[in-house]
Design a protein around this ligand. Structure first.
Ligand code: DGL
Length: 261
């Protein structure tokens, strides 16, 4: 089974990409809605949460774990990779690789939570792939609560996105990494405010592609994964908003179950 976790609904954009790319594989999702947002907490606290998320997914039968949260990925990838024999995938490396490859000018913008941006994880990875790149990072702390609240098409959200993107546009970036898995929900708005000439990199799609490629090359793992097309969704604080937004993001009806890892 493929296990995916995030602080809330953001990781559903990764689940959506996995369901598109690997539709038969069984999947278990955990959204830590009782503790969201992770993005303004310390790395130590996020590491502690990430361990509980991974333990929960493994208890549900996950044989592969995707850290579908950039904040948790920037704070806890090494910790989880060292703590479990389970293969761990995360959203930062494939997004950084894709942006480094796609950017024409090498001027790459990264938007993410305060904690992801402060970690410097994207900058380090991008420079490892493309040493002469110029990385311009912008924390966008208000976007996660707006997405969790379902304020996708509000004028206020559009104004905030415009303000966050201004410093990136002034530095003439040609590519923007959506460095938080909540942001693909706002992709149309971000594209509109960034301008049609700017390429958006969605780490949800890139990690799904990476997992697909990995499974194709690792039959000893691939053949052990169950493929009954079943998915289950757990969150640590069940609210009607989550249920409604989750259905919209996944474009299908789903039942969300409570969990207390
Ligand atoms: N989706 C998470 C990320 O990618 C949001 C973090 C948060 O809870 O603030 O960083």
């Amino acid at each position: 089974m493929i296990g995916i976790f995030d602080s809330g609904i953001g990781g559903l954009t990764v689940a959506r990409a996995i369901l598109e790319q690997l539709p038969d594989y069984d999947l278990v999702y955990f959204g830590d809605t009782a503790r969201t947002p992770y993005g303004n907490k310390s790395a130590l606290t996020v590491q502690h949460y990430a361990r509980r998320c991974a333990d929960f997914l493994i208890s549900k039968g996950a044989q592969v774990i995707i850290i579908a949260c950039n904040t948790a990925a920037s704070a806890a990838t090494d910790l989880l990779s060292n703590a479990y024999p389970t293969p761990i995938f995360e959203v930062i490396t494939p997004g950084a690789a894709q942006a480094a490859r796609l950017s024409r000018t090498g001027r790459i913008g990264v938007i993410g939570t305060r904690s992801t941006i402060a970690s410097g994880a994207y900058e380090r990875r991008i420079l490892a792939f493309r040493p002469n790149a110029e990385v311009i990072s912008q924390p966008c702390p208000l976007l996660v609560p707006l997405v969790e609240e379902g304020w996708i098409r509000r004028r206020e959200t559009a104004m905030i996105v415009k303000k966050y993107l201004r410093p990136l546009k002034q530095r003439q970036i040609d590519t923007i990494i959506l460095g938080c898995t909540h942001y693909p929900v706002l992709a149309d708005l971000i594209q509109a405010k960034a301008g049609a000439h700017i390429r958006l990199v969605d780490s949800a799609m890139t990690v799904a592609n990476q997992l697909k490629t990995h499974l194709a090359h690792t039959p000893e793992l691939e053949t052990t994964l169950s493929r009954d097309g079943r998915s289950s969704f757990f969150i640590s604080d069940v609210t009607p908003q989550f249920q409604a937004i989750a259905c919209k993001v996944l474009n299908r009806r789903l039942t969300v179950l409570p969990a207390e890892p």
